[in-house]
Design a protein around this ligand. Structure first.
Ligand code: GDP
Ligand code: MG
Length: 439
């Protein structure tokens, strides 16, 4: 970790002495890396502010190696943000009964994670019982039964005719009668946070003794995951979070923001669809991962011109072949962000320049973030093959990005338009000149 950071702060170290201005400049790189990782902007602001304050203050106080000082502080603050220590589920010792309730939106991964968790708990010598309280989706009960069987864990079900509260009560009695000591309740989610869902969770909580309410959120939904977590924390009360689909999340923004926004720790992370793919959450490791990205980012910035020329060329090749897809769109959006606007990117495209004014006004920078979150809510398959985007996929994407489906439609349309427009650009499409010039 320190090695990676040392690159970022090399400039500082060579100065030997740290001024407020130096810290500011160094933190700008960290800030950009964090935003790039989709960390909640308020968290980033607060974070850089507290590092700034600590860094400047401490340097004055003990006058140590300034670079080392800043590295240490950034690292510590990142780990702090995520809760410093690995948090365990509060499972009672011996034969005392512990009741865990899973909560979260539909598709977040509650049922899968409940079964994963049951396996983990069983391997620690406990006797878990899985409880099917999602009575709205017929397949949900079967899904839990199939997964429970794979884990060798009993699944308690009363079909879909009883209320979740009655099922939960009966399950607790069943567990007590059968010397099972950890009850894991799988509940129903909704597409959006809504009153019915919150009420149902509250009802279970007020009728049986729930020791831990575990919120399951999809890491790939980025900032939306953080917003959902905040609402659940306020409305239902949660004790910890499990972030699923971390295998598909390359940025880590949700992981970094959740603790500081909700005050609740991340307990586990889901790393895949298999029932063994559940890992303990280590704040230290996550900090390294995120700072690793920061490191890469700063290197990329240094090689800005070269890299972007190459990217531009790569993109124009793709345009010619007409396989420019949402992945490329996302790349170009990210580059724009980094370079401070679309115009700087466009100027790098040979033969484009002012001709792209139309496109420029089309993509205003505020809309860019929303666009980004829409694309990020697409599956890799959808990104590379926008043709498969039917209504139900678009609805799912809209949900994930927290926007109206109309906005998704608009983006897809806009995407097709810019594709067309770019095809007409003589500088890009003119007889393969560009491809011949370089590389
Ligand atoms: P629920 O509606 O909250 O109960 O969600 P499910 O448990 O049914 O999961 C929804 C989908 O997400 C399923 O296809 C799971 O296989 C998938 N899923 C859950 N956790 C993970 C994970 O950590 N990684 C990946 N790649 N997929 C996951
Ligand atoms: Mg489910």
């Amino acid at each position: 970790l320190t090695d990676k950071l040392q690159n970022v702060f090399k400039k500082l170290r060579s100065k030997g002495r740290l001024t407020e201005e130096d810290v500011k400049i160094a933190l700008k790189e960290v800030k950009m890396a964090l935003l790039e990782a989709d960390v909640n902007f308020r968290v980033v602001k607060q974070f850089t502010k507290s590092v700034q304050e600590r860094a400047v203050g401490q340097d004055v106080m003990n006058g140590l190696n300034p670079g080392q000082m800043v590295i240490k502080i950034v690292n510590e603050e990142l780990v702090n943000l995520m809760g410093s220590e690995t948090t365990e589920l509060p499972i009672k010792p011996g034969n005392d009964l512990t009741v865990i309730m899973m909560a979260g939106l539909q598709g977040a991964g509650k049922t899968t994670t409940a079964a994963k968790l049951a396996g983990k708990i069983k391997s620690k010598g406990k006797r878990p019982l899985l409880v099917a309280c999602d009575v709205y989706r017929p397949a949900a009960i079967t899904q839990l039964q199939v997964n429970g069987e794979k884990q060798g864990v009993e699944v308690f079900t009363m079909g879909d005719k009883q209320s979740p509260v009655d099922i939960a009560k009966a399950a607790v009695a069943h567990a007590k009668a059968n010397q099972q000591n950890v009850v894991i309740i799988d509940t129903a989610g909704r597409l959006h946070v809504d009153e019915d869902m919150m009420q149902e969770l509250a009802d279970i909580k007020s009728n049986i003794e729930v020791d831990a309410t575990v919120l399951v959120v999809d890491a790939m939904t980025g900032q939306d995951a953080v917003n959902v977590a905040q609402t659940f924390a306020e409305k239902v009360g949660i004790d910890g979070v499990i972030l699923t689909k971390m295998d598909g999340d390359t940025r880590g923004g949700a992981a970094l923001s959740i603790k500081s926004v909700t005050g609740k720790p991340i307990l586990y992370v889901g790393m895949g669809e298999k029932l063994s793919d559940l890992e303990q959450f280590y704040p230290e490791r996550m900090a390294s991962r995120i700072l690793g990205m920061g490191d890469v980012m700063s290197l990329i910035e240094k090689a800005e011109a070269a890299v972007d020329q190459e990217a531009a060329q790569e993109m124009s090749k793709k345009l010619k072949k007409m396989d420019f897809d949402f992945n490329d769109y996302l790349t170009s959006l990210e580059q724009m962000n980094k370079m401070g606007g679309i115009s700087s990117i466009l100027n790098m495209l040979p033969g484009v320049g002012s001709k792209m004014k139309d496109v420029e006004s089309m993509i205003d920078e505020k809309a860019m973030d929303r666009t980004k979150s829409i694309i990020l809510s697409m599956t890799p398959q959808e990104r590379s093959n926008p043709g498969i985007l039917n209504l139900s996929r678009k609805n799912r994407i809209a949900r994930g990005a927290g926007v109206d489906v109309a906005e998704v439609n608009r983006l897809v349309k806009q995407f097709e338009q810019s594709k067309k427009m770019m095809k007409q650009m003589p500088g890009l499409m003119g007889g393969g000149k560009m491809g011949g010039k370089r590389g």
